[in-house]
Design a protein around this ligand. Structure first.
Ligand SMILES: *Cc1c(COP(=O)(O)O)cnc(C)c1O
Length: 238
């Protein structure tokens, strides 16, 4: 193992932990209410192994091929794998084979495809409804994905009716250039509406490296943190 890389990741994790604890204190919340998902996209499986050695239990990835390879390489570590990227139905078979939770459920066709594969593979897949938080002046999704407010409860209902799937809650990405606190407050009220119908769906996946304190202040239970743990990603080249 590369000791320098281990030290670098340990320092990143310590700093994220310090920020999370500070935000919990400010918000009057318990640290144990928050799960840090380490987003390892573009970084190698060896980094996943370092994170696991430092006590991280939850890993997030946004591209199927890359995630499938890493999940296979790290199959001995007992990690929980979160798929956080846009999901095409032709990738569902692969994603269901390793993902414990899909954060990006955004249409009923995807619900049907996930359910069919979960049943076929005898897996249970946790599902988060991805909520569009707008940011566009029309209140539209502004390119960051997710379901418009009026479609959230029907889609949540579809997940609860689908075999092999379990509705776990909601997820969102704060709009670019907007006030993340205000956006996450809106996500919180959506989450409350979902929980009123489905009390066990208590996950709120919100907050990344730059806005985790605002997410914690607004009820987030799961943070998706990449850059602050592993460093700035190289620009993605196809
Ligand atoms: C990459 C990614 C993250 C992590 O973002 P950082 O700013 O690197 O912490 C979180 N959520 C999603 C959906 C992502 O694609």
């Amino acid at each position: 193992m590369d000791d320098a890389r281990r030290d670098e990741i340990a320092a990143g994790l310590a700093e994220v932990e310090r920020r999370v604890e500070q935000a919990c204190r400010t918000a009057g919340r318990a640290r144990s209410d928050i799960t840090i998902i380490a987003v390892t996209k573009t970084y190698p499986a060896s980094d996943v192994r370092v994170l696991a050695g430092l006590g991280v239990t939850d890993i997030g990835e946004n591209r199927d091929q890359e995630a499938a390879d890493k999940a296979a390489e790290c199959g001995d570590l007992g990690l929980t794998w979160h798929f956080i990227g846009q999901l095409q139905t032709n990738k569902v078979r692969s994603v269901v084979s390793y993902a414990d939770v899909v954060h990006s459920v955004d249409r009923s066709r995807l619900v049907d495809a996930l359910s069919r594969e979960a049943v076929r593979q005898e897996r249970e897949v946790g599902c988060l409804i991805q909520v569009a938080l707008g940011g566009g002046e029309d209140g539209g999704p502004a390119g960051r994905g997710g379901v418009a407010p009026g479609e959230i409860l029907p889609l949540a209902e579809a997940v609860t009716r689908a075999d092999g799937l379990r509705l776990r809650g909601v997820m969102a990405v704060a709009p670019l250039g907007g006030d993340p606190g205000e956006a996450f407050a809106r996500l919180y009220s959506v989450a409350q509406a979902v929980q009123k119908e489905h009390p066990a769906a208590d996950v709120i996946s919100a907050g990344m490296s730059g806005d985790l304190a605002q997410a914690i202040a607004n009820g987030a239970t799961h943070l998706r943190v990449g850059t602050a743990l592993l460093g700035r990603r190289k620009p993605f080249v196809r």
